[in-house]
Design a protein. Sequence first.
Length: 94
Amino acid sequence: MTSERSITKQAMHYLERLPHSWWLKVHGGPYQKTGVPDIIGCYRGRFFAFEIKVPGGRTTPKQDHEVERIQEAGGAVSVVESLREIQKLIGAKP
């Protein structure tokens, strides 16, 4: 089974090589706001955020709240289970 860490690593490896983009892997900690998606970034002028989950994984209420806030602000945010989903959402070729 694929882990969230593995999916995130694949995603960051891919995303950081896209031209016209900026990406950040969010590392949780005692000074970090809880619920923030795992990856945030900007690609071709659009804000994206991705909460990485293994297939069948569930978000927490705090993660759901942050997803809603990003959507309300006009950002593109999604809970994803694979790099392919991310590629599809941002409109980049695999």
